[in-house]
Structure formats: structure tokens, C-alpha cells
Design a binder for this molecule. Structure first.
Ligand code: PBG
Length: 338
């Protein structure tokens, strides 16, 4: 009988050994917590398809931001839900609109210890729910939308956003936002570009989270799930336009894209574990079908392992608390196996 000369199992024998040789680790600073703030409500409103996630009031948002800071998160990503919407999304341009005044209020509360990022898109502000303004045929007018994005970027930077994150997938958006920020003296505000953003059914619960008015879909501007090479083109374009960081979205069903992008990107790569990814884990866990904490950690490990520097996730605060308590053993149990 011949015995194996190579025994990879040697390094798996104990938690201490596995910890020593772990190739991927999670740290609170890796995570960015998306937060929703809704105008005109006086108590946080639960989002039924995302158990544990709320539309914040302007006050509860500040507490959530403070908690994110105290947990040492990498940042928060703010989404605003205005009381009034119109065809042009004007509430997004109003310095006193819900998103912009919340950026200001959060920055006042948390100071420089927490990065405040803002979603730069029109879909929360338009009455038709599209990410830009419409032309005569009902399509999103790319170039007129760019003009609005440029102004939005400046208004958000002026409100104090540390990073702006254009998520509308308009062609040329990074270039016009960079130019507008520079012209207004905000040359130090980085752009986190949603570079490879797919038209995805995994955004379903987000529609409830922002009370989206969208009928139809975003397939004329977000990427088609069938395409892999095209993601590299989108990333290269955004890099050439001046993106400081690029994002892949969604995450779990697009780990191949994330891995490809990490290979070619010379700037940090973020990935967004989106609302539907969260909802699926929550639903399975609520039924007792999976071990919630283990699955959450494994999903985040996988996203980091595929190449993400940072992960936007609704689990950010909870995972940071687990990490503080040293519950870092991701999918494995603590007992050594024989
Ligand atoms: C657009 C935007 C969306 C999400 C983040 N930014 C919605 C969309 O593109 O349809 C989805 C995030 C999620 O599902 O968690 N402003």
C-alpha cells in the first residue's frame, strides 16, 4: 500500500493552523454599509423584503452613522428617498433636498472618522423611477442626464460627501462628474464608479427600500447578464475617465466578473452584495435551512476572495460586531476534525 506523499490536511487540523494559513480575512474597514434615509417619516420604517433593514428618519440615520463609525466600518453609502418626485429628479439637485441635507447632517455628527459616500443617481428622485431623464420616446436621454449628474456631484461634494458614487450607468458619467468636481474646486473628492453594474433581478427588494416608481426595467443602460468581456470594457472606460475606485454589482452571482476586474484594475475594486442577495440569505435562515452567521461570513469571504477590496453589504455593522467579538471563524466549526 502506498501512502500519500503530500498531505494538505496537515494545515487544516486545528483552528490555529487554519487561521495561520487563511488567505482571506475580513476586517470592519473592508465594509461599506448602505443606509436609506426617508423624508417626512417620524419613525424608522421596516423594509419587509429586507428584514432588519430600515428606511431611516433623519434622526435615526445619525445614530446609525455613529454606530458605523464606532464599529470602524470603511464607510456608509447614503440613499435618499424624497417626499416629492418629478420627471427631472430635482430633489436630488436641491442642496436642501433629503440626500444632500442628510450628507451634511451626518458629516456634522461623525466628523472625519467615517467616510460618507453618496449614491449619485436619479432613480430615487424621478417620478418614473429611471436613472436619468427621459427623451420623447421614453428612453433615458444619456447626454441630458450627464448634465444633471455633473451638477449632482458638485452639490453632494458641497454638502460634504467624502466620495461620490455614480450608479446610473450612463456613458461618460465619470468624465463629466470629474470635470465638474474639478471645476468647482473639489479635485480631492474621489469617484467610486459603479463600473460593471448589471441589470439584475437581485435588486428586487431595493425597489421597496426606496419606494421605486419604476415600471419596466433598466436593460437599456445597465449591463446584460450574459456578458463577461463587456465588463472589462466598462471598467477600462471608467478608469480612463478618472474613476478612483470601480465597483462590480451584484456580487455573489458575478464573482467571475469580480475576479476578471480585479485582474485588470489598478485601483481598488468594490463589490455590492445587493438587496436580493441579502433577502435570500435572510429567507433561508429564517426557515432554519442554513446557518445564518456562517452563510453570511462565507458569502463575504467569497466576495473578498474573488478580488474585492471593499464590500458594500447590509450586513456591514453586524459583521463588524461579530469580528469585534472575535467570531472570525467563517464557515468552519471550532472543533478540530479527525
Ligand atoms: C441605483 C441603485 C440601485 C441599487 C443601488 N443603486 C437600483 C438599481 O440600479 O436598480 C440596488 C442596490 C440593491 O439592490 O441593494 N440608484
Amino acid at each position: 500500500m502506498s501512502f500519500p506523499a503530500q498531505r494538505p490536511r496537515r494545515l487544516r487540523r486545528s483552528p490555529a493552523l487554519r487561521r495561520l494559513v487563511a488567505e482571506t480575512r475580513l476586517h470592519p474597514a473592508d465594509f461599506i454599509l448602505p443606509l436609506f434615509v426617508r423624508e417626512g417619516i417620524d419613525a424608522p420604517a421596516p423594509i419587509s423584503s429586507m428584514p432588519g433593514v430600515f428606511q431611516h428618519t433623519e434622526t435615526s440615520l445619525l445614530d446609525a452613522a455613529e454606530e458605523a463609525r464606532d464599529l470602524g466600518l470603511g464607510g456608509i453609502m447614503l440613499f435618499g428617498i424624497p417626499a416629492q418626485r418629478d420627471a427631472h429628479g430635482s430633489a436630488g439637485l436641491d442642496p436642501q433636498g433629503i440626500l444632500n441635507r442628510s450628507i451634511r447632517a451626518v458629516k456634522e455628527r461623525v466628523g472625519d472618522d467615517l467616510l460618507v459616500m453618496s449614491d449619485l443617481c436619479l432613480d430615487e428622485f424621478t417620478d418614473h423611477g429611471h436613472c436619468g431623464v427621459l427623451d420623447g420616446t421614453g428612453s433615458v436621454d444619456n447626454d441630458r442626464t450627464l448634465e444633471i449628474y455633473a451638477q449632482m456631484g458638485v452639490v453632494q461634494a458641497e454638502a460634504g460627501a467624502d466620495v461620490v458614487a455614480p450608479s446610473g450607468m450612463m456613458d461618460g458619467q465619470v468624465a463629466v462628474i470629474r470635470q465638474a468636481l474639478d471645476d468647482a474646486g473639489h479635485h480631492n473628492v474621489p469617484i467610486l464608479a459603479y463600473a460593471a453594474k448589471y441589470a439584475s433581478a437581485f435588486y428586487g427588494p431595493f425597489r421597496e427600500a426606496v419606494d421605486s416608481q419604476l415600471s419596466g426595467d433598466r436593460r437599456q443602460y445597465q449591463m446584460d447578464a450574459t456578458n463577461r468581456t463587456e465588463a472589462l470594457r466598462e471598467v477600462e472606460l471608467d478608469l480612463s475617465e478618472g474613476a478612483d475606485m470601480v465597483m462590480v454589482k451584484p456580487a455573489s452571482a458575478y464573482l467571475d466578473i469580480l475576479s476578471d476586474v480585479a485582474q485588470i484594475s489598478d485601483v481598488p475594486v468594490a463589490a455590492y452584495q445587493v438587496s436580493g442577495e441579502y433577502a435570500m440569505i435572510e429567507a433561508a435562515a429564517a426557515n432554519g435551512w442554513v446557518d445564518r452567521r456562517a452563510v453570511v461570513l462565507e458569502s463575504l469571504i467569497a466576495i473578498r476572495r474573488a478580488g474585492a477590496t471593499n464590500v458594500l453589504t447590509y450586513y456591514a455593522a453586524e459583521v463588524a460586531r461579530w469580528l469585534q467579538n472575535k467570531d472570525t471563524t467563517a464557515p468552519s466549526s471550532s472543533a478540530p476534525h479527525s
